[in-house]
Ligand binder design. Structure first.
Ligand code: CDP
Length: 231
């Protein structure tokens, strides 16, 4: 079905491992294009927070699946970036805790959790004009996205960036963070359903030696080309 805006808006998928700069880049690209930014990792984090509160272990697949189908996950654009709601409660800060970070990959490996969130994500993208970041957006959630970017960087650089973001609030060493990020990459790449993978038609960008603004500029440029092609 043709929606308002089809033809003059596209969908942009930005996938890649933790700490590659996806969320900052995706938010800025969305700002520049006047698009909506959707952080799908935040949705997996919200389900994980809820499972922790309900004392459901990720290994308890059946309970986790049943729990996920009862949740209402909401995203709202805010001045400080996107706000995340779990059954109406603002959980934007809480979903960034180390406890959630350590459990999110096993929770995200659950098939029902992925189905529930994937359906929501496709709904957000229906009328085009979204920049969606995650692990499986170009490969699975939005296989027809007009522009797909696979954003990566060395694990050392990714750990360093994340360390600078969270060192004040969470007591963790750079070395420990690098180990945890590498382990999350391993789990995300190795799961059976919709693993972290570079889609065939995605453009790989290695941001190790690039600033955020350079990456944003490159993606905005590419999106203008794709937009011209889509017309
Ligand atoms: O921000 P960070 O890079 O730490 O990760 P995130 O984007 O918040 O995603 C947290 C976790 O959610 C990932 O490590 C994946 O396990 C999972 N995830 C996923 O499986 N599929 C997505 N589309 C997005 C996130």
């Amino acid at each position: 079905m043709q929606q308002d805006g089809d033809g003059d808006r596209i969908n942009i998928a930005i996938d890649g491992p933790a700490g590659a700069g996806k969320s900052t880049v995706a938010r800025k690209v969305a700002e520049q294009l006047g698009y909506v930014y959707i952080d799908t990792g935040a949705m997996y984090r919200a389900v994980t927070l809820s499972a922790i509160r309900a004392s459901i272990a990720p290994e308890d697949g059946e309970r986790l699946a049943a729990h996920a189908t009862t949740l209402e996950i909401g995203l709202k654009p805010g001045e400080q970036g996107q706000k995340v709601y779990l059954n109406g409660e603002n959980v934007t800060s809480e979903i960034r805790s180390r406890e959630v970070t350590l459990l999110v990959s096993p929770v995200a490996a659950n098939e029902t959790v992925r189905e529930v969130l994937g359906t929501l994500q496709r709904g957000f993208a229906e009328s085009k004009g979204v920049v969606m970041d995650g692990r499986d957006i170009g490969s699975h959630v939005l296989p027809n996205a007009e522009l797909k970017i696979f954003l990566t960087a060395s694990v050392e650089e990714r750990a360093r960036r994340r360390y600078n973001e969270i060192a004040d609030s969470q007591s963790i060493t750079l070395e420990q963070l690098a180990v945890e990020i590498a382990e999350r990459d391993r789990l995300d790449e190795g799961r059976d359903i919709a693993p972290l993978v570079c889609a065939k038609d995605a453009l790989v960008m290695d941001s190790t030696a690039m600033t955020i603004d350079e990456v944003v500029e490159a993606i905005v440029k590419l999106s203008r080309t794709k937009l011209a092609e889509a017309k």
